[in-house]
Ligand binder design. Sequence first.
Ligand code: CUA
Length: 160
Amino acid sequence: MHIDRLERYWIIAVGVVFGAFAAAIVASVVVFGVHLPSPVGRIDPAKLAESEFAKPGLTQDSEHAYTLRMVAKMWRFDIGSKEPQPTIKLPAGSRLKIVATSLDVTHGIYVERHDVNVMLLPGQISQVEVLFSKPGIYHIICHEYCGPGHQAMIATIEVS
Ligand code: CUA
């Protein structure tokens, strides 16, 4: 079969580009450990009161490690306080594990200036870890539209 010289160059160029794309995907997983946030468990939203989410809130696991258990609901993040927009305080250098689920509809968490972007689905437990190395005020924001109170779903992390 005859292939024109220029056509052959283009076939090679396209092959090289696709090869580079495929290599980038493989390298991101194997070398850099990039992975999609995935659920760590399933839970019946009607039975949260009998689960690890019965008493949401912050616990200290070790000197610099904390766990925040959180239930997203229309339209606030429940971390165990009555405040509509709760605040938690952490010392700088803390590693925070957020374990969260939703009581009702799809919510999400985005943590300002940190690499956290996770969906919270009813029936699913999501988990993410984030290091707060610098002092500051960082908001946890619901980033999935969840109804008329969506824009009020904010919690604050005060790192000092
Ligand atoms: Cu919850 Cu938007």
